[in-house]
Write a protein that binds this ligand. Sequence first.
Ligand SMILES: O=C(O)[C@@H](O)[C@@H](O)[C@H](O)[C@H](O)CO
Ligand SMILES: [Mg+2]
Length: 403
Amino acid sequence: MSRIASARVIVTSPGRNFVTLKIETDDGLTGLGDATLNGRELAVASYLSDHVIPCLIGRDAHRIEDLWQYLYRGAYWRRGPVTMTAIAAVDMALWDIKGKAAGLPLYQLLGGASREGCMVYGHANGATIEETIDNALHYKEQGYRAIRLQAGVPGLATTYGVSKDRYFYEPADADLPTEAVWSTEKYLRSVAPLFEKARDALGWDVHLLHDVHHRLTPIEAGRLGRDLEPFRPFWMEDPTPAENQEAFRLIRQHTTTPIAVGEIFNSIWDAKDLIQNQLIDYIRATVVHAGGLTHLRRIAALADLYQVRTGCHGATDLSPVTMAAALHFGLSIPNFGVQEYMRHTAETDAVFPHAYSFAGGLMHPGDAPGLGIEIDEALAAKHPYKRAYLPVNRLEDGTLWNW
Ligand SMILES: O=C(O)[C@@H](O)[C@@H](O)[C@H](O)[C@H](O)CO
Ligand SMILES: [Mg+2]
């Protein structure tokens, strides 16, 4: 038996903040879990250090399901992004340990490979449609089979997903939330022209995706979905806030454009009605924010019953540890759809040496035991935490809106 001998939280900021849980067993095994919650990192670090780790010491590291239930039911206060991110970190670390103990890459413990690799999507963006398409052509040349398109909106100074850097995108950009201005009308006028010109330039053999980022009402989302139908998007993501899962029925009534939702979901209960009523086509819940592999497998299994596929979140504010776990997960499940892949910087990759790789538009987790990733703690210690917030959005009349 491998008993949990120690566990510690490592906060590091190689260009952006990451929170990592490292668990060590009494027979010398170690496991890593991502515990990063963009803009609220220290809340999870404290939840783990102050409330979870004391309960882990001495427990059997192989009893992953029992520990998951212990942390979920035992807290009394269930669900929520902080709680479920902390549980996710423990879960990932224990699966990492189990793989190392077995001498197998994690996907082999999850049922083996169901495909050769995980199709990923890149992030083309630009201040103008022309810049965005130029960027998208670059991704196509690199072999990406799926590309997300996010362009600036004429008349707005900034908008979601448009980066100052060609490759890297980090929205948590200031010590206090920056305030952006939003106009739905200006935005709605800009998306169909972007997709029409993108199809002209890129053709039809590449999947094109778009992230609305929670900013429309249901009927506006129905209008956008209909506007985009001639250009066959792979998905329209987060078209409207999803607290009211019923709202997606209104979108469905107006458009056949596929819908992806769920990157901010933290449990199956956030997605249950959306999936069972077939109101979505892709579920974006991730390993790091939805309770780890143990819980995400349940979400994927429910989704599979309704032909809903996975499209897990994979932005740069999810650490390479999550990317490694997501690829093991995505390689093994039957209803994999696509994996988001926002490349981390070289600075981040140096802190988290890993086995996963990209080739020909697909990613593979590699065959190292467990997750196939480590943390260079000496290097991590050189990057101290730096508070950073996600922006907030206001309409042009000052109304606080969805960022
Ligand atoms: O689809 C996505 O990747 C986005 O929604 C993210 O960039 C999201 O804005 C960030 O992960 C928030 O921290
Ligand atoms: Mg998104």
